[in-house]
Write a protein that binds this ligand. Structure first.
Ligand SMILES: NC(=O)c1ccc[n+]([C@@H]2O[C@H](COP(=O)([O-])OP(=O)(O)OC[C@H]3O[C@@H](n4cnc5c(N)ncnc54)[C@H](OP(=O)(O)O)[C@@H]3O)[C@@H](O)[C@H]2O)c1
Length: 343
């Protein structure tokens, strides 16, 4: 059946300007890292994307390597774009990235001009798009001059392959260098994509959060739910079918009795705010204007509806924040296995 988006979709979401740019993003964005590979039936992927859009989530985040196999998430989203979202391209912000291992040989990963531009072309083909809205350097490459990687991003915009540029997981120092190079080239850095949640506050420790404010660059916080830990998923241990049982990116060993007790404490605070734990975790990331949007993932449409509801309550009292810090602080857990944080 032909899909018609919910008429009230824009009343259900809050939009924030991405720092000093002209672009507004929904405070909740949807990422296709997990559950968009070949193993997940297409109707589940399609229903998640439809539900997201119905709730005003206009931003869909991809990368060349999302799947598995790598590339299959972009192919699945390309199909959704041409069937379900046909006619709505101008209401969508679609991003992709290059940086991680994508194809064999010396040109299939990191940050060379050769890899970045070829990978962008491959992504556009899989997505069936003429351009993406945002294209990222997925990780800092210590062996390629930053001028080369940023030059490739600048070219990607100038050649019409992307409208805006972003960087992901670059630390504060590298971010300053990258932003300065891009400014000189005349293609400003729109956005930074770091991991950030109540259990992983490296962007505060590193100074990145303040750096982005200082530089006028927006930010999209990935894994705001710590891959599902900060939700009702693990309140009583590890349930069947959860990410901790399926995927090596979330190590089940971090879900100790102590962690479960902390999650229960956080859940009580969330309830007193009239939120689910997932909603409170998203609101916490967005508690000041330093973060433009929280980039969630999901395994079913109901989770997306729940997460989108976070937009209704983004304010915290000082005592709520103090209470949260008693249960959740920067635990320095390896919750995002491939993080290039701090490089
Ligand atoms: N730039 C980078 O290097 C990088 C790295 C990682 C991720 N990302 C981006 O960030 C996106 C989000 O990452 P993520 O999926 O790890 O984010 P997340 O939102 O922290 O975790 C998503 C998981 O949480 C659970 N969940 C979501 N909503 C829920 C709810 N309302 N109630 C209960 N459980 C809920 C689901 O787990 P179950 O599957 O157990 O149901 C879901 O798969 C990715 O898709 C990608 O776009 C970027």
């Amino acid at each position: 059946m032909t899909y018609t988006p919910a008429a009230e979709r824009y009343d259900r979401m809050v939009y924030r300007r991405c720092a000093n740019s002209g672009l507004k993003l929904p405070v909740v964005s949807f990422g296709l890292w997990h559950n968009f590979g070949e193993k997940t039936p297409h109707n589940i992927k399609r229903d998640m994307c439809r539900t997201a859009f119905d709730h005003g989530i206009t931003h869909f985040d991809l990368a060349n390597n999302y799947g598995p196999p790598a590339g299959s998430a972009e192919e699945a989203f390309g199909e959704i774009l041409s069937n379900d979202f046909r006619g709505y391209r101008d209401e969508l912000i679609i991003s992709s990235k290059a940086g991680y291992d994508m194809w064999a040989g010396p040109y299939g990963e990191w940050g060379s001009r050769k890899y970045m531009i070829a990978s962008c072309d491959q992504s556009l083909k899989r997505l069936g798009l003429r351009y993406v809205d945002i294209f990222y350097s997925h990780r800092f490459d210590p062996d390629t001059p930053l001028e080369e990687t940023m030059g490739a991003l600048d070219y990607i915009v100038r050649s019409g392959r992307a409208l805006y540029i972003g960087i992901s997981s670059y630390n504060s120092e590298r971010t300053r260098e990258a932003v300065a190079i891009l400014k000189d080239l005349g293609t400003p850095c729109l956005i930074h994509q770091p991991s950030y949640n109540m259990l992983n506050r490296w962007i505060e420790r590193d100074g990145l959060k303040d750096t982005l404010k200082d530089l006028g660059v927006g930010s999209i916080a990935f894994t705001p739910l710590a891959q599902g830990l900060l939700s009702n998923r693990y309140l009583f241990g590890i349930p069947d079918g959860s990410r901790a049982t399926k995927d090596s990116s979330l190590d089940a060993n971090v879900i100790t009795n102590e962690m479960v007790a902390a999650l229960q404490g956080l859940n009580t605070i969330a309830q007193s705010r009239g939120q689910t734990l997932a909603q409170m975790a998203i609101s916490w990331v967005l508690r000041d204007s330093g973060i433009t949007t929280a980039l969630i993932g999901a395994s079913n449409p109901a989770q997306i509806v729940d997460c989108a509801g976070a937009a209704q309550n983004l304010e915290f009292t000082t005592s709520e924040l103090t209470e949260i810090d008693k249960f959740a602080n920067d635990k320095d857990l390896n919750l995002w296995a491939n993080s290039s944080e701090g490089v």
